[in-house]
Design a protein around this ligand. Sequence first.
Ligand code: AMP
Length: 479
Amino acid sequence: MGKHNIKCLGQYFHDIHEECGVFGVYGHQEAANLTYLGLYGLQHRGQEGAGICSADGKALHIEKSMGLVADIFTEKRLRRLPGHAAIGHNRYSTAGSSVLKNVQPLVANYSRGSIAIAHNGNLVNADQLRAKLEGDGAIFQSSSDSEVILHLIARSKKEDPHERIIDALQDVRGAFSLLFAREDEIIAVRDPYGVRPLALGELDGAYVVGSETCAFDLINATYIRDVHPGEMVIINKDGLKSIPALKTTRLAHCIFEFIYFSRPDSYIYDHICVNTIRNNFGKQLAKDSPVDADIVIPVPDSGVPAAIGYATESGIPFDFGLIRNHYVGRTFIEPRQSIRHFGVKIKLNPIRDLLNGKRVIVVDDSIVRGTTSKKIIKMIREVGGAKEVHMRISSPPTIGPCFYGIDTPTRQELIASTHMVEEIRKYITADSLSYMSLEGLKSIIPNPQNYCAACFDNNYPIKFQKESTAQMELAFSAN
Ligand code: AMP
């Protein structure tokens, strides 16, 4: 070793992570291959590990590993996944530590046969349920909250396998867009709040289900509709059956999917285009927080649609003043001799020819800890030569951690939970800083009352118990 330090990207950037992506197919000879492509299209939702479980009418077959979809699934591995049905999962741990045993789908054998689960979202009462199950003698294989659901299904007293799933889900609280595989069918269920997206599509007479429609586009599948909040969709040789499984009292779609998570080319929450919403965020921001400047630049990729909206509305020219290296992995080797701005340079580099001597508006989607903005602004001034830097954020200040599947830092680490906008401006060294207002945000999203915006207003629609985790205690005491 000696000469180099191995650094983890998280040491330089925010350490919050994307959540998970799920994808499933029923009724296609190439079910595993299509699921592989679906997961490939959902890679942005999780890069820690991935797995596919196929079903051939008699048995389940599973292949999973740590790493990226394209690296995990070789042709050889895909050949080990026979059958006309499959479900898959991309993981970025939101609960449970990052080890192979936590990579999904999780498969279990119980009195009714085999069952596999792929879960996007986070349960808020998993700790209590797990403690109770363990007290009753259950042995867990993973530290993932999703395994609790398998145990509850295995222990249900209901006869019918579908009723067992519904019975199990009566006990869990939180966010869950779930896919199950059994020997001869796949089943999709969405929590009654509809927190995470889950879309249903069709391809050559087969059905596909996935977190986002960008995955459907990749395989030429047609987006039909969403799996409704509280709905169970059973897909097997008899076709598609819909059951109103869980009672919905209110909706709470995650608003952050529009801000950061989903890909702009996806349509989520019943046919809403993510790019259009982000673009409108930028236009609204330009109306609410104008500033005299020469150029509008995005923090790529997350700030691009909003920056285009800001430029369109303000009439100030748009350009890519920061270029992103798309091949930055999780770890890299840092030369021992320190290089100025190394941490941010590894990912972004300014174009001096565009920025030198200019008054620059920088648009990003969010500030979490504030460290990224601070480094970017410093680099735009020192390397780019900008005269002024005006930061515009296309979401309101992030003040609340998420307990429903987005791995945000604790409340104390969210800079806006303890600092006023002017203090944040000083910290990130911007000439001016403006966020989108919550009212502005809600004026752009159709039916805003159907959303969870707890990260911006501390209003947590799904309640959790104080004792579950230290982080939850914090959130609870703040309510
Ligand atoms: P920070 O340095 O913690 O303020 O990070 C802010 C940056 O993180 C912005 O560029 C956002 O686009 C990005 N970001 C926001 N939410 C997430 C998330 N959940 N996972 C990864 N990056 C995020």
